[in-house]
Design a protein around this ligand. Structure first.
Ligand SMILES: *[C@@H]1O[C@H](CO)[C@@H](O)[C@H](O)[C@H]1NC(C)=O
Ligand SMILES: *[C@@H]1O[C@H](CO)[C@@H](O)[C@H](O)[C@H]1NC(C)=O
Ligand SMILES: *[C@@H]1O[C@H](CO)[C@@H](O)[C@H](O)[C@H]1NC(C)=O
Ligand SMILES: *[C@@H]1O[C@H](CO)[C@@H](O)[C@H](O)[C@H]1NC(C)=O
Ligand SMILES: *[C@@H]1O[C@H](CO)[C@@H](O)[C@H](O)[C@H]1NC(C)=O
Ligand SMILES: *[C@@H]1O[C@H](CO)[C@@H](O)[C@H](O)[C@H]1NC(C)=O
Length: 832
């Protein structure tokens, strides 16, 4: 099953709305005085630290650790009449706000359980029978002095000389406090309402980008920042060397990936926390000191309905105009007090063809696509779902013919922005579904009032982050002065939320002229990727004046868009596909982003014209540099190119949402930017291949002689290993600085023969260990004068040989190749 994200919600905007006003001043109220007194009293009874050999008991609720300034408390927190969890919480909030917990997986009994500290720093939570259910991991053997709760909310175990043996800040649960670092080793996991870990997590991904994940049984889906958005829209930096992020006490978070977020009430003196909530939304909260309540001052998802887990399985978020959850027709609420559990069907599907489909207009569910059926008719899509017993319904996009059979219905949302998209729910023919049970948003409709005499179909969730209108007069006055412009944003956002995605649609209506229908709801999130008219491109290229290349697939011209972006415009010569299929393929390509792949900005499909609009890459293609006599590529540049190309291909083969085989890797298709960082072009044109391995359509494109794998000409199946073979040839050319086919024609031989000879020669030479590889300087581009890294060169030779294996199964994968290259890239510093 290929998880394909169906992005329907645009979360790329950086504005936010604020809920209640945070505390503005320290005006004392009798309540505050009382709180302070209570606090003073508690502080007397609470401990300041726990010494080795002593313990804290679950039975005495005043047996807690308190931070010196009283902000935080640490102790047993009862989650029911009989069960407790060792936790840290804010001391004075209206409702207890837990910021860290130790044994949330194993709550302990309310009698006889305790937490102990050993002389060696080991801290353990023991159940009533003395069985430890949680332990901290101290590595050092130093003896412990005490456990102490710091003012930051960090529980530390200190050893001799105040060194920290262990700290709770290194193992966060669902909350990050100011000054608590999130590193690549740390992970926030959402807590469900019962405090057990939920399915959402927030941590650094493998590109060192702070990401929200939906961890399902066997797959982990990224959902924020929107994976289909490009890195510029995300405003993040991939692959930074460190992975760290920290929130400061003024409400400003900065990550090493440039994740920047700022509380609307930015400034010192406010207590804050960043929490991954049970619904999968990441929110920054500020404490209102007067009434001890929290207000949201930033959140990852601005549109409440776009939060994945909000309405649960089979639930649909509707705007009424307030966001609310409804069950899909024929389903009933599982737990009215926890909408995130979703709805269960009131019917059983027999899967005997006796089913029908119920149309839910302007509705979509997130991901969980059983397969992507490129372009099919509505009836065909229906048949596909009918035949598949796992299919619960399908999404169909009128106009484009995109068909997404769904295995699970989650993240449902309905709204006017989902133009042309509808869900067709599979239900038994016998099921009676009243029209009124079909959820539909009413952005301009009358305010939804629940009819209490009917069993509630809609249920307005208790959104804690809904903007409340400012209740307090003097406060709102202050707010207006201090946060005037924020208030303006707030108002705009208020309207925005009320109208759902509709507002965005209208506002951007002008910009969206000339896009195909689905883009209005569906492809809009791929932001920069769009359709261009032929006229626009004529203007951008000054009537196709500046030709910069001509390849097998067509001529390439340079141009400049209205927004000053330099582009390369590629006119595709023989595309025989239908327009819709072409558009679909392009929409998939448009979502692929990697620093070593040329970005596709858009396309033009106007009458007979099929044109690609690509990122313009400064230094042209690799063949012009590598084989030219004017310019010599140094060793480290060649190595960087090899590694970059390997990374780009590994991404195409293993990481991107759709499985892409390039099929035409050669120096002409490797472009170099102004830092000589390589970018692969022309990917995805070779038809997107199913991960399951069907390759019926691959044959119609052609590779380039000299770079094509042997199985290409025989009738064996084409796999990603054809790219590995071509990459091997490119490696060889990087090593030699000469084109293999030129070599062959100089020798008057067939290129395949020459390759075979070279591989045999290299294999033999590689076995001459001990001789210090004296042959190597003679083999490697003589123009380099022996200026190369021996280890890297040997590795590249070895990899070349394994890539050029006749048997495709013996060739390494691109991921293996990246690992091998990276391993010698790091070593190179000492080997030069
Ligand atoms: C925790 O204990 C207190 C008193 O010991 C009790 O009032 C409260 O209801 C308990 N909380 C839960 C969630 O059971
Ligand atoms: C301590 O380490 C063990 C084994 O490495 C691990 O299973 C356990 O989860 C760790 N405990 C904590 C609190 O990190
Ligand atoms: C957080 O990271 C910074 C910089 O690496 C470091 O100086 C600081 O001690 C770290 N804080 C904690 C609590 O680990
Ligand atoms: C970093 O983030 C800021 C604010 O979001 C943005 O203005 C800036 O362009 C980003 N920088 C990079 C290098 O992406
Ligand atoms: C569906 O099937 C299950 C078990 O086969 C049964 O317990 C349940 O009552 C059925 N539900 C309906 C609505 O028929
Ligand atoms: C509420 O529902 C009942 C039963 O379906 C119906 O008779 C009544 O007219 C409804 N009231 C409103 C205000 O819609």
């Amino acid at each position: 099953m290929v998880p394909i994200i169906s992005p329907i919600c645009d979360h790329s905007r950086d504005q936010f709305f604020i809920s209640a006003s945070p505390n503005m001043d320290g005006r004392s109220t009798p309540l505050l005085l009382l709180l302070t007194l209570a606090l003073l009293f508690l502080r007397v009874s609470a401990r300041e630290f726990l010494s080795p050999g002593s313990s804290m008991s679950v039975e005495d609720s005043s047996d807690v650790l308190r931070s010196p300034d009283g902000t935080f408390t640490c102790g047993f927190n009862n989650i029911s009449q009989t069960a407790s969890i060792f936790s840290i919480w804010y001391s004075n909030t209206a409702e207890r706000t837990v910021v860290w917990s130790a044994n949330h997986l194993h709550p302990v009994y309310f009698k006889r359980s305790r937490v102990t500290l050993d002389a060696d720093g080991r801290m353990a939570v023991e159940d009533y029978d003395g069985r430890p259910v949680w332990e901290n991991n101290v590595s050092s053997s130093s003896s412990a002095q005490q456990a102490q709760l710091l003012d930051t909310g960090n529980l530390v175990v200190k050893g001799q000389g105040d060194i920290i043996l262990w700290q709770s800040f290194h193992s966060p649960t669902d909350t990050l406090l100011p000054y608590q670092n999130i590193t690549s080793a740390a992970k926030l996991v959402s807590a469900s309402r019962l405090l057990v870990p939920g399915r959402y997590s927030f941590h650094f991904d493998d590109e060192h980008i702070l990401t929200l994940f939906d961890d399902e049984k066997d797959i982990s889906l990224k959902y924020w920042p929107i994976p289909s958005n490009d890195i510029w829209t995300k405003k993040r930096n991939a692959f930074s060397t460190t992975a760290i992020g920290v929130l400061d006490s003024s409400g400003y978070f900065l990550g090493s990936d440039n994740l920047t977020l700022k509380a609307v009430d930015w400034g010192h003196g406010v207590m804050r926390r960043l929490t991954l909530d049970y619904d999968g939304n990441l929110r920054l909260y500020s404490l209102n000191k007067i009434d001890g309540t929290w207000s949201v001052t930033w959140m990852a998802y601005q549109q409440t309905c776009c939060v994945l887990g909000l309405c649960g399985i089979n639930g649909i978020c509707v705007y009424t105009p307030q966001p609310a959850c409804a069950c899909a027709p024929g389903h009933e609420i599982i737990d009215p007090s926890d909408r995130s559990q979703g709805c269960r069907p009131k019917f059983n599907l027999s899967c005997d063809g006796q089913e029908m489909f119920l149309k839910l207009p302007a509705t979509d569910f997130h991901g969980n696509d059983l397969r992507l059926n490129t372009i099919v008719s509505f009836d065909e899509c229906k048949k596909i779902c009918l035949k598949d017993c796992n299919c619960k319904g399908f999404a169909y996009w009128q106009g484009t013919g995109l068909c997404y059979p769904k295995g699970t219905l989650v993240g449902g949302v309905t709204g006017p922005s989902i133009v042309g998209g509808s869900i067709h729910l599979k239900i038994p023919k016998t099921l009676q579904v009243p029209r009124s049970s079909i959820p539909h948003s009413q952005p301009f409709g009358p305010k939804y009032v629940p009819n209490c005499s009917v069993k509630s179909k809609h249920f307005t969730v208790n959104f804690w982050d809904q903007p409340k209108s400012s209740q307090n007069g003097s406060h709102s006055h202050y707010l207006f002065l201090a946060y005037g412009f924020l208030l303006a944003i707030f108002c705009v956002e208020l309207i925005f939320v009320a109208l759902g995605c509709w507002f965005l649609f209208i506002r951007e209506g002008k910009k969206l002229m000339g896009v195909w229908p689905a883009e209005v709801g569906y492809e809009m999130v791929t932001n920069h990727f769009r359709r261009y008219t032929y006229k626009e491109l004529q203007r951008a290229t000054q009537k196709f004046k500046d030709r910069i290349g001509c390849g097998a697939s067509g001529l390439v011209y340079k141009g400049v868009l209205k927004d000053k972006r330099a582009i390369a415009v590629k006119t595709l010569a023989d595309i025989h596909q239908g327009e819709e299929e072409f558009q679909h393929e392009l929409s998939v390509i448009g979502r692929i982003y990697h620093m070593n792949l040329v970005r596709v900005w858009g396309f033009c499909s106007d009458g007979p014209h099929r044109i690609l609009v690509l990122e313009y890459v400064e230094n042209g293609s690799l063949d012009k540099t590598l084989f030219s006599s004017e310019r010599l590529l140094g060793w480290s540049e060649r190595f960087k190119i090899a590694l970059g190309v390997a990374r780009g291909l590994a991404y195409l083969h293993h990481e991107c949402l759709e499985w892409v085989i390039h099929c035409d890797i050669k120096p002409e298709n490797i472009l170099l930017d102004d830092n000589l960082e390589p970018k692969i072009s022309d990917f995805g044109l070779a038809k997107l291949v199913n991960r399951s391995g069907s390759n019926k359509n691959v044959s119609r494109i052609h590779g380039t002689r000299g770079y094509i794998a042997p199985e290409w000409v025989s009738s064996q199946p084409i796999t990603s290993k054809v790219d590995v073979y071509s990459f091997g040839v490119v490696l060889l050319e990087l090593l030699m600085g000469a084109r293999v086919s030129d070599w062959a024609s100089n020798a008057g031989e067939e290129v395949e023969m020459v390759l075979g000879t070279v591989v045999r020669m290299l294999t033999k030479n590689m076995m001459l260990e001990g001789s210090q590889h004296l042959w190597l300087p003679d083999f490697i581009d003589l123009r380099l004068n022996g200026q190369f890294d021996r280890l890297q060169a040997r590795t590249m030779v070895k990899l070349t040989v394994s890539c050029l294996e006749e048997d495709s199964r013996k060739r390494p994968t691109m991921e293996n190749l990246v690992q091998m290259l990276v391993s010698v890239d790091e070593a190179s510093g000492t080997m030069q």
